[in-house]
Ligand binder design. Sequence first.
Ligand code: HEC
Length: 98
Amino acid sequence: MKRCFLIVFVAAFVSGCESPSDYKPTTTNPQIIFAEACSWCHGKNAEGTKRGVSLTKTKLEKTRVREVLTKGTAKMPKFKNLNGEALENVIDYVAKLK
Ligand code: HEC
């Protein structure tokens, strides 16, 4: 019994440490995706945190947002599972933040 608890604990710990680039959206709603995948670094309202820059200060071009999300930067992970409609919605959402 004790061992079983340990396995559950370890499994929860490992999945909690999954890197952001493995994020798979379960919705195409950009607000939910942003809250789940981006707010940890960029803040709930994209105001920025010490892990990620604010996305509201300047109007971001869609081409820039697309590039960052699909290629990543030195500090920002790329989101390889974000594509199709979900990706397009997030790009629109971020481009309109300002
Ligand atoms: C692990 C932290 C982290 C996560 C998660 C993250 N970002 Fe970032 N993001 C950064 C950092 C740090 C930068 C600054 C990039 C640099 O200087 O290399 C950045 C830069 C950006 C930029 C470019 C800003 C500019 O002014 O050029 C956009 C757009 C962006 N992120 C959108 C997103 C979106 C949308 C998500 C969610 C799908 C997301 N980020 C998730 C850390 C993160």
